[in-house]
Ligand binder design. Sequence first.
Ligand SMILES: [Zn+2]
Length: 411
Amino acid sequence: MRKTNILIIKTIVITVGLFFISGTSYLSCQTSKNVTPVVHKYQIPPDYLNEPASIPSFWISTYDDVTNFLLANVHKGKVEVIGTTAGGRPIRAVFYGKARQGSGTTTFSGSLGFGDVAAFRGPDNDKTVYMGMAAVHGGEFEGIVGMVNLISVLETGKDLRGIEWPGITDAVKKLDRLILIPIVNADGRVRIPLRMELYRDTLLTVAEYLNTGGKPDGTITGWPQIKEFIPMSMTGPGFPGGYPNDAGVNIQHDDFFGKRQPETQALFDLTVREKPDLILNMHTGALFMRTDRPVCEPALHDAFNTLFRYVHSELAVKGLQESGDPKIAGDPALATTGVFNIDGALDFNCGALSVVVESPSHSFSGNRVSQKAKVEMPDNLLNAQLTCHQQAMKFLGETGGRSKWLPGRKR
Ligand SMILES: [Zn+2]
């Protein structure tokens, strides 16, 4: 009998009941409202939902676990709800430091035409604001784990393994403001009922299925085919994967100039309010951690090149790049250029250098084929995440941010 004939399909039903959000708690941006329940009913091959026998305690990745972590552990920072997903889930960010004060006198575009972005960013133009966000794609857990552990370092000096990160602690001292969003696409993350995927060596199929979706028989939609239909159909029996929100939209490729999704609008509102200099947009999908050159203002390319050197040379020193030579790994000529997506949109929304970082996955290895370094071990993945944030923050602090990268007109 062919295996496909006896394939047992497990139907998962994830129900988020009608819940009431309080507007009087520490979640200061939130307003009281009833939210429509969202019910998912999909057919996923049962083996795809197997987890490892043991999951490291530092691997906090689910929406509920992250929420509980923030509630229990953020004391120096402040947790705010910055928006609500299409499926009615709060999007939480953690803020440290002092926001830019005052306001500018013109639009971002106007400031470019005028020749000085201070006219948009206001009297605190020379302050430095760092922003990190993860899980724009809900099936990409590494960035979430990295962000949670970064928050642990900011709160206690140590990650959740008890390891100190003095480089992060030092880098943060030079910054004025930090904004960290562990899960942007909460709908996509909740759709995948796993804390951690099973490690499947060189088999990519399951990780890809969970990420980009597929049919009940386990075949994948695949990348980039998943991007042909936005919004995509969210009615089963196939599994939509973690890419889209509950409205079927991959917000990395939202309709930025048209009808924006609530997650995108939340990011637009947040970034125009805070005017970050640098945004790291943490994804999963590389053999070795990779920073992509965004489609952005040409004037920001030099800053990107310097950021690339800071990040990739240090990753190489720690054995987390294909080359162990920091000069080779840190050469920005290696960077691939993305397409127009949310990072370019955020640049043109607020002037930030917004950069996709692709992490290796904990669930499969592309390196085993070539017998390269085994970077997909969870400890290595976390080290790469924290090293990336450390170096990006160090870059921002030492280069002084946009006001120094692109000094304004001489008056
Ligand atoms: Zn992604």
